[in-house]
Design a protein around this ligand. Sequence first.
Ligand SMILES: O=C(O)CCC(=O)C(=O)O
Length: 271
Amino acid sequence: MISKYSKKEIFEKNGYLVGKNLIERSEIIQCRREIKNLQTKADSLRKSDTSDTIENSDFQIEPFLEKLEKKRKSPILRKIENTQDHSSVFYELARHDSIVSIVEEILGPDILLFRSTLMLKPALHGSEHAFHQDASYWPMDPPTLVTVSIAIDESTRKNGCIKIIPESHVSELKQWGKIAVPPELKLPRSKNGNNQNEIYLPLLPGSALFFHSKLVHGSGPNKSIHPRNTALYTYFTPAVSYRPHNGTPSSRIFSVISGLKGAKFFEITAE
Ligand SMILES: O=C(O)CCC(=O)C(=O)O
């Protein structure tokens, strides 16, 4: 069914948009293979006796599995940051036409990459992400970035798909505290934001959720025997300023995804 509203209008009203079948099956299979390669890289970091340890790398271990973790050669990963630096597959996925064309419809022609991450929810172990607004944690102003969450595996309620509160991107930014939730802790609903209007957004592999950096969102634990792996990219335009927190560098270099006169990188210095 064709909507009378543009993608930009739908995104601006609801704070999110779902794009179906954006990535081909063969590309998804390549992504799954690459996740296995990255897991092998994490295994070798664990074995390393140099200062290149997994603890000070972009590979983050599931925080609530310490006992189980120590006995394992292969770490149970929760996420990998800066995937565009670790993998050509995930570098290219950030630049995929089907994804970037929708981001351009929402944001315009000059697009920079703020973040490239793999969110990994291993079978039976992936932990919950409490409700939060990403923009509360990011040094970017105004908080008008767009994140794309691409389903590499089918994501369902049982394996911890994303949940959101529609239209919450128009509310004020709040302080949310810790996002990682231990399995035994059930947060009281009132503590975890007003989530009466939450909706779950299951996705088939190759489909993607585009959401505003102020949209309240989270995801459940993985209680299934199937992994739920997601490639996540956040985009913004040069209209957004970099406002570093204390102790962080006063300038940052971002990859250019489209526009900006064909440059590869763009440096932003804090005012
Ligand atoms: O995809 C998920 O499981 C949650 C992702 C999330 O909360 C985030 O990227 O901030």
